[in-house]
Design a protein around this ligand. Structure first.
Ligand code: KIV
Length: 289
């Protein structure tokens, strides 16, 4: 550019395909707000997922089922304002795509067009292939998500590892093939045995990103709040905790409370002054000693 300012290149879907071919691991993480978007983008992450996990880790819902399109839209917009480099995926909440192909296209369009996301993600395999195909045909890139699909964990028998038996493993494999055929550009493999994830990764042309899918996936994703210790309700086996920022923030707030109570805050460096003559005149005029 010549002006000394460094040009930041947006990561494209074609770059992800290239990374798979070259055996370069893909990194992905969730973010839900403007500051989180700034942090993970500055760190150099490849893909940011504005996941419906926000329902649990940011909004305090019991699970992801109650999350609405309005909530997803607002958080997607906030993250988009922060991100310069990473590819941003907007997650489609439960019942925003399950009813019909028309509904799926309309709501994918809202996250893509109004929210500004670079692509959308939805959960489900063969049973969702028609919706995925229709969204892709409408011109919106789709990230697939199979294995454990939290929105429909109820019919999967709860938050359990999927595809452990021969029969169930073949079903997950067929889900992957169906989504590849439908046109997904990448696929999340959640909570499946690493051997199965390895087979899928080898057999399909699009990148796989694992969360509880083991090391053989083309990339890895974690929920930000899990890995920075901000979500304490439960920690799945596949989570690695990299920092305890809950305790860091807790201690900072406790220190602030102590400082205020003991008059240690604000200090002179945090306070504003006016000229002595003005103080003198003000007090005189107001009758203050
Ligand atoms: O919503 C989310 O954060 C997700 C991840 C678990 C992949 O779907």
């Amino acid at each position: 550019m010549g002006s000394g300012s460094e040009e930041i290149k947006k990561l494209m879907i074609s770059d992800l395909g290239k990374m798979k071919k070259e055996g370069k691991k893909i990194t992905m993480i969730t973010a839900y707000s403007y500051p989180q978007g700034l942090i993970v983008d500055e760190a150099g992450i490849d893909i940011i997922l504005v996941g419906d996990s926000l329902g649990m880790v940011e909004l305090g819902y019991r699970d992801t089922v109650p999350v609405t399109m309005d909530e997803m839209l607002q958080h997607t917009k906030a993250v988009m304002r922060a991100v310069k480099h990473a590819h941003v995926v907007g997650d489609m909440p439960f019942m925003s795509y399950n009813i019909s192909v028309e509904q799926a296209i309309t709501n994918a369009g809202i996250l893509y067009k109004d929210g500004g996301a670079d692509s959308v993600k939805l959960e489900g395999g063969q049973e969702m292939a028609d919706k995925v195909g229709a969204i892709v045909k409408a011109g919106i890139p789709v990230f697939g998500h199979i294995g454990l699909t939290p929105q429909t964990a109820g019919i999967l028998g709860g938050f359990k590892v999927q595809g452990k038996s021969l029969e169930r493993a073949k079903k997950v494999f067929d889900d992957a093939l169906a989504l590849e055929d439908a046109g997904v550009f990448a696929l999340i493999l959640e909570a499946i045995p690493q051997q199965l994830a390895g087979i899928i990764t080898e057999k399909i042309s699009v990148p796989t990103v694992g969360i509880g899918g083991g090391l053989y996936c083309d990339g890895q994703v974690l929920v930000l709040h899990d890995m920075v210790g901000l979500f304490k309700r439960f920690t799945p086996k596949f989570v690695k905790i990299y920092a305890d920022t809950y305790t860091t923030q807790l201690n900072a707030v406790k220190e602030f409370i102590g400082d205020v109570r003991e008059s240690r805050f604000p200090g002179t460096e945090h306070s504003f002054n006016m000229k002595k003559e003005v103080v003198y005149e003000l007090k005189k005029q107001l009758g203050v000693d």
